[in-house]
Design a protein around this ligand. Structure first.
Ligand SMILES: [Zn+2]
Length: 308
C-alpha cells in the first residue's frame, strides 16, 4: 500500500512540476455589466441561460460577473438572472450603479453610486467585496485618484482590476449592427475571431507582464462583457484559452495576492499595462489589435464575418 501511495504521490509531483515547467499560465474570466438588456440574437434571459450552459459545458468552473446594478431597475428579469449566475456557482461583484466615468465625477458622488450598487449586492448571494472601475477609469487628478482609493478602502472594497483588456464590446457592436441590418453572419468565422481576440490579447499582456514584472507569476484577469457573443461562444473561448496553455482558475485566485497599485493614472488598459508604464515603458508602445476598433474592423473584413 505504501509503495502504491508513494508511486501516486511521485506521479503527482512529476505532473505538478511538468505543469510548472510548461509554464501553465492562470487566468480568471470576468464579464462586466450584467444584467444587460435584450440583444438582437438573445433576450437578456436567454443570454443568461445560454452563458451558464456554455460555461457549464466547458468545465471552466466559476467566473466573475461585475454587476452594474441599474440593470436591476431597467430589466424585469435582471434580479433572477443574477440569482441564476450565483446559483450556478459564479461570483458577483460591484461595477457601480450607473457606470460613470471617474475622472468626470466628483469623488463623493462616485462613491455614493458605488454604495447604491453595494446595497443591491447585499441582497444577492455569492458576492465578493471587489469593485471594478467602469471604463477602467480610476480618475486622473492625483487628489481624485487618492480620494477614490481611500473611499474603496473605507468600504472594504478591493480593486477588481483587469490585466488583459479586450474590445469584445466593439466586435459585439458590429455583430448587433449586422443583425439589425439583416446581414448574413458567418458564425464559424465570428466565433474564431471572438476567440482569437481574447487568446491573442492574453498572450500579449502576459508578455507585457514578463517584460515589466519579470517572471513572478501573474494571475491574469480577462475583461469581457455579458453580451450575445459571450453567450454564443464562451465554450469555444475556454477551449481556445486552454489550447494556448491557459488554466482557467477560480475568481478567488485573482486578487488574493494582488499586483501593486500603479502610480500612473493611465489605467485604461488594465493593471499590467499600467505597471509596465510605471516601469518606464512608453504607453504608445502598448498596442494590440484586440483593443483597437479599426484593427478589429480590418479583421472582420479580412475574415468575411458579415455578408450582405
Ligand atoms: Zn462596464
Amino acid at each position: 500500500m505504501r509503495i502504491v501511495l508513494t508511486a501516486v504521490i511521485m506521479a503527482l509531483m512529476v505532473s505538478l512540476s511538468l505543469a510548472e515547467a510548461e509554464g501553465q499560465r492562470r487566468i480568471v474570466l470576468s464579464f462586466d455589466d450584467p444584467p444587460r438588456g435584450d440583444g438582437a440574437l438573445y433576450s437578456g434571459q436567454d443570454r443568461t441561460d445560454r452563458l451558464i450552459e456554455a460555461l457549464q459545458a466547458s468545465g471552466s468552473g466559476p467566473v466573475l460577473f461585475f454587476v452594474t446594478t441599474q440593470g436591476l431597475e431597467r430589466h424585469e428579469s435582471g434580479r433572477d438572472r443574477l440569482l441564476a449566475y450565483a446559483e450556478a456557482g459564479h461570483i458577483l461583484a460591484n461595477h457601480s450603479h450607473t457606470h460613470m466615468w471617474a475622472h468626470r465625477t466628483p469623488a463623493q458622488d462616485y462613491l455614493a453610486d458605488i454604495d447604491i450598487a453595494a446595497g443591491y449586492l447585499e441582497t444577492l448571494p455569492n458576492t465578493r467585496p471587489w469593485f471594478r472601475f467602469p471604463f477602467l477609469d480610476e480618475g486622473r487628478r492625483p487628489d481624485q485618484i487618492a480620494a477614490l482609493a481611500e473611499g474603496l478602502d473605507a468600504r472594504g472594497l478591493a480593486n477588481g482590476y483587469v490585466t488583459v483588456d479586450t474590445y469584445d464590446w466593439h466586435l459585439e457592436m458590429r455583430f448587433q449592427q449586422a443583425l439589425s441590418e439583416g446581414c448574413a453572419v458567418n458564425y464559424d468565422a465570428l466565433g474564431a475571431l471572438y476567440v482569437s481576440l481574447s487568446v491573442e490579447a492574453a498572450a500579449y499582456y502576459d508578455a507585457v507582464a514578463s517584460d515589466a514584472l519579470g517572471d513572478a507569476p501573474v494571475v491574469h484577469v480577462l475583461l469581457l462583457h455579458e453580451n450575445d457573443l459571450a453567450a454564443r461562444f464562451a465554450a469555444d473561448l475556454v477551449d481556445g484559452l486552454r489550447n494556448a496553455g491557459w488554466e482557467i482558475v477560480h475568481p478567488d485566485q485573482a486578487y488574493r495576492d494582488p499586483l501593486p497599485t500603479p502610480q500612473t493614472p493611465l489605467t485604461g488598459q488594465g493593471r499590467v499595462a499600467a505597471l509596465a508604464i510605471d516601469a518606464g515603458r512608453d504607453p504608445r508602445t502598448i498596442v494590440h489589435w484586440g483593443i483597437d476598433a479599426a484593427l478589429i474592423d480590418a479583421q472582420i473584413e479580412a475574415s468575411g464575418v458579415f455578408g450582405d
